[in-house]
Design a protein around this ligand. Structure first.
Ligand code: FAD
Length: 564
């Protein structure tokens, strides 16, 4: 689960997309209350989810071209990168959310929003069953169907407990705004309980032991926030127990922040050491009770336990049940995440697109495609290509598959060059396909799935809205750019992810950043960069103003420790 503090930049991709067109009308055979949808003149686009991916699509889609509807159990968009700041009151919850109705009102054309949960996607009949989460007698069961011509699945992911006993019942999560608010109240509860009369010192210690499971960006940022909250505010308010507070991070890997550059991991580890935050690496949690957490030290196999007052579980994400159900319907039951092609079309599901954390671009298909490109070029089935043919094939692959292109541009270009030259350094007349594919097999390790981050989700939403907006153009120019004509593949460029770097706030007004071009920056100045980037990436002037004023309030008055 590689998410996090990324520069949240909505990429301005210049790519378009040809969208599958279906004439077939929707079937209304499934039971339930049908909505009074009039026969649409425009194609119906149904968006599921109002997170990073969904709102990014909605922000850019031209709603005059489509009949756009949105379904989500939350009627707001939440700026998730600031959730850790909400857990300790650095930023207020309402400062990081924006009502979805307000966001879509600014768009050209009308977008309809339904506050409900999608409980089933009926892929065969192109309709979804929704259930309102509002408790009201008027709504009876609160179920209704929505039909679509195109479905945009942007349902995100849910927390993953890895079926560890006791986690669901005894741990806090940090995924939603409510989770952050709950943590804020529980932290104060722990302090208030610890100072009550009649408790032994061990009981006070247990109450003030905060355990974070998962050394990824979310867990680390929360640990840093908690430490700052304690050092900056709570130590003055609860002086009698100040020496009993302990923060522990449990990480199964060998280092925390292991998806970052090694320099950042070690800077974070050293900083945490100085701050007195204990980091236990190489440990896997085996169970959690209301008072104790048990873990196995991977190298020794020993199981040890420690008492806790509060555990925050931040180890990764899993698939939502509604997405899992769809995967079973469309023959993807053996996969972990919904697979799409590079144009973000769900494999095996007509007219459905999936973006953000709920989906991944299927890399296996890319490998198969590369093999068939070679096969098609090798007309005599000789296993070799002329240098010219080979270069054409490589050009084709590079344009179609950005991942391979990146790979070829970097380390392994030498392997490719080697294949093109003989021992004397002269150009070869023929190139051995298997030899090239062998060198390309390294690509497998490079072609990892895209990280589950807001940055990816937002870029995918923006890419897809551009594709939808260019629908008409695509119909008018079905041949697409000349380069692909006759290839029988796809007329437009696939989704290309552009990485803008990532941040890790480490507390004490210090942060680390990994920037494009292998740049690493750590310290106080990076924290100021973090402030500027996150202020600028707010989705509205209202939230920008609220977030900046929350930061200013915290500088002047400190954090609020009221338990409300
Ligand atoms: P989400 O944003 O999770 O949106 C899913 C949407 O689907 C929500 O609106 C939800 O209400 C809706 N939904 C859920 N179930 C249903 C249903 N059954 N029917 C209809 N709608 C439904 N990434 C970064 O790049 N930088 C960061 O700094 C960063 N920090 C993070 C900090 C935290 C604490 C967390 C939890 C994540 C962070 N991430 C960060 C990751 C980032 O938030 C996710 O990658 C991003 O939210 C994914 O966007 P999404 O649209 O796929 O899913």
């Amino acid at each position: 689960y590689p998410a996090y503090s990324k520069l949240l930049v909505l990429c301005t991709l210049s790519s378009g997309g040809l969208l599958a067109y279906s004439e077939s009308g929707p079937d209304t055979g499934t039971a339930g209350v049908e909505t009074d949808q009039k026969l649409p003149k425009k194609k119906r686009v149904l968006v599921l989810g109002t997170g990073w991916a969904g709102t990014s699509f909605l922000k850019d889609v031209d709603a005059t071209l489509y009949d756009v509807q949105v379904v989500s159990p939350r009627n707001y968009f939440a700026f998730t990168p600031l959730l850790p700041s909400v857990t300790c009151g650095t930023v207020e919850a309402r400062s990081i959310v924006e009502p979805i109705r307000k966001m879509v009102k600014k768009r050209r054309g009308e977008i309809q929003f339904w506050e409900a949960e999608c409980v089933k996607i009926d892929a065969a009949n192109k309709k979804v069953l929704c259930q309102s989460n509002i408790d009201n007698d008027l709504l009876q069961k609160g179920e209704f169907f929505l039909e679509y011509d195109y479905l945009i699945i942007a349902l995100g992911a849910q927390v993953n407990t890895f079926n560890t006993p006791g986690v669901a019942e005894n741990c806090h999560f940090l995924k939603e705004v409510e989770d952050a608010q709950k943590i804020r109240r529980s932290v104060i509860d722990c302090f208030e309980t610890a100072v009550l009369p009649g408790l032994s010192e061990d009981e006070r210690r247990r109450n003030l032991h905060f355990v974070i499971v998962g050394g990824g960006p979310t867990g680390i940022e929360f640990a840093a926030e908690l430490h700052d909250f304690f050092e900056g505010d709570l130590v003055k308010l609860y002086p009698t127990v100040k020496d009993l507070v302990k923060i522990t991070v449990i990480q199964s890997g060998d280092h925390i922040l292991n998806m970052f550059d090694g320099r950042i991991s070690s800077f974070a580890e050293q900083k945490f050491k100085r701050d007195g935050i204990e980091v236990q690496t190489g440990c896997r949690v085996v169970s959690v009770s209301d008072k104790e957490i048990k873990m196995k030290v991977k190298s020794k196999g020993e199981v040890s336990s420690m008492p806790h007052g509060l555990v925050v579980w931040s180890t990764g994400v899993g698939t939502r049940p509604v997405v899992r159900d769809l995967m079973e319907q469309i023959g993807q039951a053996n996969r972990h995440v919904l697979a799409t092609d590079e144009w973000l079309r769900v494999k095996g599901c007509e007219d459905a697109y999936a973006i953000g954390d709920c989906a991944t671009i299927d890399q296996r298909k890319i490998r198969d495609d590369i093999s068939s490109i070679f096969k098609a070029a090798d007309k005599n089935n000789s296993g070799t290509l002329t240098l010219e043919e080979f270069r054409d094939v490589i050009d084709d692959i590079r344009v179609r598959y950005p991942q391979v292109d990146l790979y070829l541009q970097s380390k392994h270009m030498r392997d490719v060059t080697y294949l093109l030259k003989d021992d004397q350094g002269n150009d070869r007349k023929e190139v051995d396909i298997e030899g090239f594919k062998l060198s390309l097999s390294h690509v497998d390790s490079q072609m990892k799935s895209l990280p589950a981050t807001a940055q990816v989700a937002a870029q995918q939403g923006a890419y897809l809205s551009r594709c939808f907006n260019r629908w008409q153009q695509c119909e008018e120019n079905p041949e697409g750019p000349l380069r692909f004509s006759g290839s029988g593949h796809h007329q437009f460029l696939p989704f290309r992810y552009k990485h803008f770097g990532q941040f890790a706030p480490l507390g004490g007004e210090q942060a680390a950043a990994e920037l494009p071009g292998d740049w690493v920056s750590v310290g106080h100045s990076t924290q100021w960069l973090w402030y500027s980037v996150y202020a600028s990436k707010q989705v509205s002037w209202r939230t920008r103003f609220l977030v900046v004023s929350d930061w200013t309030r915290r500088f002047i008055f400190g954090r609020d420790s009221s338990r409300i």
